[in-house]
Design a protein around this ligand. Sequence first.
Ligand SMILES: Cc1cc2nc3c(=O)[nH]c(=O)nc-3n(C[C@H](O)[C@H](O)[C@H](O)COP(=O)(O)O)c2cc1C
Length: 189
Amino acid sequence: FTVRPEAPTSFPRMDTSLNSIGLYYSTSTGNTETVAGYISTAVGVEAEEIGNVSGDEIMQHEAIIVGAPTWHTGADEQRSGTEWDQWLYSTLPKLDMTGKKVAIFGVGDQESYGDNFCDAAGELFDLFQARGAEMKYGHTSQEGYNHNESKAVRGDKFCGLMCDEDNQYDLSEDRVKNWVSQLKKEGFM
Ligand SMILES: Cc1cc2nc3c(=O)[nH]c(=O)nc-3n(C[C@H](O)[C@H](O)[C@H](O)COP(=O)(O)O)c2cc1C
C-alpha cells in the first residue's frame, strides 16, 4: 500500500459540477434557513444568506437556487421582508443572468395567508427572468397544498418548490428530496 506523505485536513471538492451550483436564501425567523439546509444536504453545496454575498460571487455559478419567505402580504414589490428586498432591486438589476439556470423555492404559510401563499417566490421568479435567466427548472404541482391564491403560480404549477414550515413542516424534507431529483432529471445540475 502507499502512504500519503501528509494527510490533508480537508479535501478539496472533487466534483467540479457541484462547484457550479450556488444556493442562496434569506430568513426572518429561520424557516427558510431550515429548508435551505435540506436543499444543501440534498445537493451537496453550502447555503448562504443573500445579504452576505456579492453579485460577482453569484455570477461564478452556472446554476443558482434561490429561496425566500413571504412577510409583506399582498405587496407588489419587496414581498419577502428580508434582505432579498434590497438585493433584488439594487444588485440584481446590474447582473446579466443570460444563460444562467435559476431554480426557486419559497417558504410561506398556506393556512393563515392562503390568498398570498409564497408570493415572494413569484417575485424572485419574475425578476430573475427579467435579467435573462432560464427559469424552466423545478416547477411543481400545486397538489397537496391548501392555498386559494399564490403569486408563485405560473400556468397551473408553482414556479418552484414551495414549503410550509408552519403547517406542513413534516413534508419539507421529502419535498426537497423529490425536487432535487427533479432538478437533476431536468438537467439543472
Ligand atoms: C406578519 C406576517 C405576514 C406573513 N405573510 C405571509 C404571506 O403573505 N404569505 C405567506 O405565504 N406567508 C406569510 N407569512 C408566513 C411566513 O412567510 C412563514 O412563517 C415563513 O415560514 C417565515 O419564514 P422565515 O422564518 O424564513 O422568515 C407571514 C407571517 C407573518 C407573521
